[in-house]
Design a protein around this ligand. Structure first.
Ligand code: ADP
Length: 247
């Protein structure tokens, strides 16, 4: 058990599907301001790990502590409310609404104001939309219909929709899939920017991109952690070369 306090504190996490351990006694500690990238071959357990953190899958054993809250017994909704945001690979935005409206409707329930004619935007929400739109590089596209955005811009918008909920931990699954080279560059800058003040976990296969963004890399294999460190450290680890990077 590490002496240091972490934002995310996972110990002895195990999940079995019909006797097969997809995650096997895994320990993982993620700090504030950290952008942790998880790599590993297909079937290593990366997606299952994120599913466990966000409550989509329930652990067979072990603990996931997030800022002193035990997540393993909480519902997916309660986990979102406690400050965990997850973005899947396929963007789920409202194509017929404007960029502004997509961000506006993502403001957390209970803090929004619904009038008789539908959603009413308060000054507080408007100000928040502006801040987030700037963070995701879409401040000049607020009035544009979201369906008309490029593939990359749609991905950024979805990240923005998560940021509207002010998550302390943000988890992204292959954020640059299908993006152009320029969009990848901008996404690297975006992720480094939004990581400040929170923690992030990103699953990614593109090693050049991993090098650009990662504070620390975790290599998974067969439901366990095979190696952890900087990209240079894990890339030169013989165990990693053997099972993954050497392929
Ligand atoms: P990765 O994201 O690293 O490619 P996954 O987390 O998707 O790996 O899968 C890890 C292993 O767990 C795979 O062998 C997969 O078939 C298995 N698995 C994941 N989810 C389920 C499930 N709901 N039922 C049965 N097996 C599963």
């Amino acid at each position: 058990m590490p002496a240091k306090e972490f934002v995310l504190y996972i110990e002895d996490l195990t999940v079995s599907f019909d006797g097969f351990k997809a995650i096997d006694s895994l320990n993982l500690y993620v700090d504030k301001d950290e952008l942790r990238v998880i790599i590993g071959p297909n079937g290593a357990g990366k997606t299952t790990l994120l599913d466990l953190i966000c409550g989509k899958t329930k652990a067979s054993h072990g603990s996931i502590k997030f800022m002193d809250t035990e997540l393993t017994k909480k519902s997916e909704h309660a986990i979102v409310r406690s400050g965990v945001g997850r973005k899947f690979q396929t963007p789920s935005i409202y194509e017929n609404l404007s960029v502004f409206q997509n961000l506006e409707v993502s403001y957390p329930e209970g803090r929004s104001v619904f009038g008789a004619l539908g959603f009413k935007c308060t000054d507080e929400v408007k100000a928040k939309v502006q801040v987030v739109a700037e963070e995701i590089g879409l401040a000049d596209k607020l009035e544009m219909e979201a369906g008309l955005l490029s593939h990359g811009q749609k991905q950024w918008l979805e990240i923005g929709m998560l940021l509207m909920q002010e998550p302390e931990l943000l988890m992204l699954d292959e954020p640059i899939a299908g993006m152009s080279a320029r969009e990848r560059e901008l996404t690297a800058e975006l992720l480094k920017r939004i990581c400040k003040g929170r923690s992030m976990i990103v699953i990614e296969h593109d090693m050049d991109f991993v090098k650009q963004i990662a504070s620390k890399v975790t290599v998974m294999h067969q439901g366990k952690i095979l190696a952890e460190g900087t990209m240079d450290q894990v890339q030169s680890d013989p165990k990693v070369i053997d099972v993954y990077l050497g392929h």
